[in-house]
Design a protein around this ligand. Sequence first.
Ligand code: UDX
Length: 460
Amino acid sequence: MYKIAVAGTGYVGLVAGVCFAEIGHQVTCVDLDERKLELMKSGVSPIYEADLEELMQKNYSAGRIDYTTDYKSAYKNADAIFIGVGTPEQHDGSANLSYIATVARQIAETVEKDCLVVVKSTVPVGTNDKVEQFIQDFLLHDVKIEVASNPEFLAQGSAVHDTLHAERVVIGTESEWAEEQLTKIYEPFHIPIVSVNRRSAEMIKYASNDFLALKISYMNDIANLCELVGADIQDVARGMSFDQRIGSKFLNAGIGYGGSCFPKDTKALEYIAKQNHYELKTVKAAIDVNKEQKTLLYKKACRRLITFNGLKVAVLGLTFKPGTDDLREAASLENVPLLIEQGANIYAYDPVGAKNFAKIHPEGENGNGTITYVSDIEQALAGANVCFIFTEWGEVKAVTPELYKRLMRTPLVYDGRNIYGVEDMQVAGVEYHSVGRRPVVPTRSELKELNSLELQAAKF
Ligand code: UDX
């Protein structure tokens, strides 16, 4: 059993802390936010994440995890301190390391026994060398401090599962002592450990995330071509997936990747390359494709519709993916303002993300348009002229094609997640546009009728 302190209680820090407690270590999570800590002590998770609250409550009652603002007492006698604070993206794409620097300084001034400092946050290659030097420079007591890199590969929505049952743990160390400490800490997880040097570990994180981002952008690029040549991206992906060299995951075309990692880490690696006078062409391509992809359906809809002004627009899904209330880099954040600017009356549904979205776009009048948040998908669809699907929540997938036909004023659906079978939408009589597949478009006379209905609804 190790005495572990964790700096930062965001996704990375809190999930790591809870999972270390779960396997038997003694954990203290440190954060600045007193109110958040009180909430966590009462068993409430500050983030929406499957299984997290349950494990927080269980391990808090068992006395294996505690939460505090008092970093001095947490760090003083810790065997290991894990740093899981944010490294937000700066304007130039580089990572802001000020939170890491603050924690490093606090560690240097408080540790009173030999201690391994483990950086879980995603940091540019070479940062951990600097963190170690920084701590040495400010160290107050005569103790051994070493820094190890231990990047995190969890995905939001399945963070606890991903940590407890990871496919690998990557540890980057510069001494046998550090490698041994970290290996022992992870031993109870029974997960394969990849032990490399610090810089390689830092690079593995970026290379993995950027490879996945690239995979998605590649499929989106191919999807756009599929539409032009009459192929179907889902069939293409299925055909590719049987080749084990390609694999079956992350082949879903759609309206691009969002979230806290891919957009940030692709730009960060591009920046690192630039600093080293190298152009990372593949990653740049992934970024460019993703930028275009996010508003692809909006642009398609603009070509199809005369105006959005006064139209009722149903928006299904706001978060960057299902299973989270996180909106970071979500496609909805780009599309909703465009629709509002055009005077749309938006009826938005998201089972958990609506509250966060309303903080950015409050309910009611919004510039030229309006936005209303509904807790029932049928309310969003009733009398709607257009529907956009941005997130593939189970609740959205459960909507049958017939329901669009029955409830919408004009059954016109733009599906950014390829939820429906093209045939099914055709049979139901829904005009349907998705990504990388043939559109279901009405006949000329049906189109004339639909357009006149849309015009009737629009207020000029
Ligand atoms: C990702 C990585 O999966 C994780 O290993 C890393 O530590 C952090 O970044 P996360 O951002 O939580 O995790 O979500 P993920 O499930 O990877 O999805 C990211 C984005 O890619 C989402 O917007 C999702 O919709 C999109 N995506 C994913 C696709 O568009 N197509 C796919 O095939 C897969």
